[in-house]
Design a binder for this molecule. Structure first.
Ligand code: GLC
Length: 574
């Protein structure tokens, strides 16, 4: 099917038309909508926001029985609570230095990074609506000339932290309109709530028109479904609302509908026996066959975070409340499932090693009938005595023990991980520094698959050979997630060390998309240069470390009502 498009003259009135060479109707949007939705951007703010923003600390908590009133987007009603949360965010014993006292010298590459980020801006009818994935003229564009939803998140956070929210607002509005279009792959109609993986602005100089061309997976290599896009969209909407205090965007009926559509899609009932979300391979940042099908940690953590953000953003009206009830129930089941079955530490590893199999009925200990022989050799060496992590995947007779960075960081930020688990993840990163950080942060997953396993699991993917790209490559973009998670867990010095490693090479190497090799010493064999999220990820990490009050826009406090009731192991003691 032809991609869904938003079309219209660059200036003047906007008319609907049929896309050339296709019978697909175009997405109509009229000027009044545009001028209403896209406000003029403010001049660039180069002054770093220095003040402690109380809002950033006045955390919003979800209520397990949503109130039946119009108490929209509940901010803390008690300003002192903000400072209680401050204690929770920074561990006073561990934090050294004063974040805003000149302790952090501005690094010379920061200015270059901002310039590069601004060069990546994509405009639609004179308004910035996103950033291009990579500005690299030396290699084939493929889809790197598009605005990817997931790639835009660090760009958006950088702009929010720099006091430039307009581009984020434009992006959120543009994508919610793209969501509401009918999308098909061949003759199959996709769910209403599906958000695009990416979009592109096409300029027609002859007709003086601009068109938005969106991809929902129907053009993507392997026709992969962007399950993460909708979750990132909700998380970003909450970040925008939290950082600007502007609730009017989230309150718009179109935006409320957008949230509900995403929720309806992922909360629909089916044959599932687990509260986790069943996905095909390539459904997230790892958008190729990599054996992440099933219940990948990246999606489960984003799902959890999006559910929590949605519960904060939904209006308490009839439709909102109906959705909220389902969210609350799912959150409960999901946090129990993840904290119990995805968590691995030395005690749990030992328990699995000794598992009995073929147990039937409710009394089964080995509920998923995992065969101990399926434990890979590497995991015994990798698991430190102190520390733990959420494993890659859990389903019948399948535990994927690989470490995935994004899912574990999001688990910390969303408070899917308990404080003890967050601490254990940090301990693991510290004790497995060589493996996970090496010479360039940060391994997207660990370890790589090689030879026979690589052949079987990736389908002989030449881009995903061992220790390259998604298969054990090192991705600089992940630094922002690590930094946010470290600050939240009270361990900012870990992030500082990683950032110093990255900034010694990133500019010199031309902001590569990823690095190869066990230690990440080599620029990735097919890595794009000027990869926007490598640039933005670095800036966000720097800004957060310098002013940790920024963390509030991307982090959720622990919900006391979701505290786990059981005691599992040494690194997870209550
Ligand atoms: C690659 C990455 C994907 C990213 C895209 C654009 O396909 O795997 O996560 O969104 O490039 O940068």
């Amino acid at each position: 099917m032809a991609p869904v498009t938003v079309d219209g003259p660059t200036n003047g009135s906007v008319k609907s038309k049929e896309e050339e060479g296709s019978a697909q109707p175009l997405f109509e949007i009229d000027d009044s909508d545009l001028s209403r939705l896209l406000e003029k951007p403010r001049p660039l703010n180069t002054e770093r926001k220095r003040s402690f923003d109380e809002r950033s600390f006045s955390e919003m908590s979800i209520n397990l029985s949503p109130p039946r009133n119009n108490n929209f987007y509940r901010l803390s009603d008690n300003s002192s609570r903000g400072f209680d949360n401050l204690d929770g965010v920074y561990s006073p014993g561990r934090w050294t230095g004063t974040p805003r006292s000149g302790y952090f010298e501005p690094h010379p590459i920061v200015g270059e990074a901002w310039e590069a980020l601004r060069r990546s801006l994509v405009n639609f009818r004179g308004q910035p609506v996103g950033t291009i994935a990579a500005l690299d003229n030396s290699s084939e564009e493929l889809n790197y000339d598009q605005v990817f939803v997931r790639d835009f998140v660090p760009s958006a956070l950088a702009f929010l932290m720099n006091g430039e929210p307009e581009i984020v607002k434009n992006f959120l509005l543009k994508t919610v309109f793209l969501q509401s279009r009918e999308k098909k792959v061949d003759n199959f109609k996709l769910g209403e709530g599906v958000m695009p993986a990416s979009f592109k602005v096409l300029h027609d100089p002859v007709r003086n028109t601009e068109t938005i061309l969106a991809d929902y997976g129907e053009s993507a290599i392997g026709r992969v479904a962007p399950v993460d896009s909708g979750f990132w969209w909700i998380i970003l909407l909450r970040a925008y609302t939290k950082s600007t205090g502007d609730t009017s965007l989230a309150e718009m009926p179109e935006i409320q509908r957008g949230i509900r559509l995403i929720m309806t899609l992922c909360l629909s009932e089916g044959f599932d026996t687990f509260p986790t979300l069943l996905c095909a391979d390539g459904c997230c940042m790892i958008d190729r066959r990599m054996g992440v099908y099933g219940y990948p940690i990246e999606i489960q953590a984003l799902f959890f975070m999006a559910l929590r953000c949605a519960s904060l953003l939904l209006k308490r009206d009839a439709e909102g409340n109906e959705c909220l009830d389902r969210i609350v129930k799912r959150l409960h089941a999901l946090s129990f499932h993840m904290r119990s079955y995805f968590w691995l530490d030395i005690k749990q590893l030992n328990d699995i090693y000794r598992y009995k199999t073929e147990e039937y009925s409710h009394t089964a200990v080995n509920k998923f009938n995992v065969i101990p022989d399926s434990l890979p050799d590497w995991v015994f060496d990798f698991m430190p005595t102190r520390g733990g992590y959420f494993i890659g995947n859990v389903s019948p007779a399948k535990m994927d023990f690989r470490w995935f960075c994004l899912g574990n960081c999001i688990a910390i930020l969303s408070s899917l991980a308990t404080p003890e688990q967050s601490c254990a993840i940090m301990d693991l990163i510290e004790s497995r520094w060589q493996e996970l950080v090496g010479e360039m942060p940060l391994k997207i997953c660990y370890p790589a698959m090689e030879s026979h396993e690589w052949r079987i699991v990736t389908g002989c993917d030449p881009k995903n050979t061992g220790w390259s790209y998604h298969n054990g490559g090192s991705w600089p973009v992940l630094i922002w997630l690590l930094t946010a998670a470290c600050i939240k867990a009270g361990r900012p010095q870990i992030a500082k060390r990683a950032i110093e490693l990255a900034e010694s090479r990133l500019l010199m190497d031309g902001w590569p998309e990823y690095y190869d090799g066990k230690l990440g010493r080599f620029i990735g064999k097919q890595a794009r240069k000027n990869q926007t999220w490598s640039i933005a990820g670095y800036l966000v990490a720097k800004m957060m470390l310098e002013d940790p009050s920024h963390l509030g826009m991307i982090s959720l406090e622990e919900d006391k009502q979701m505290k786990p009731q059981m005691k599992r192991s040494a690194s997870w003691a209550f």
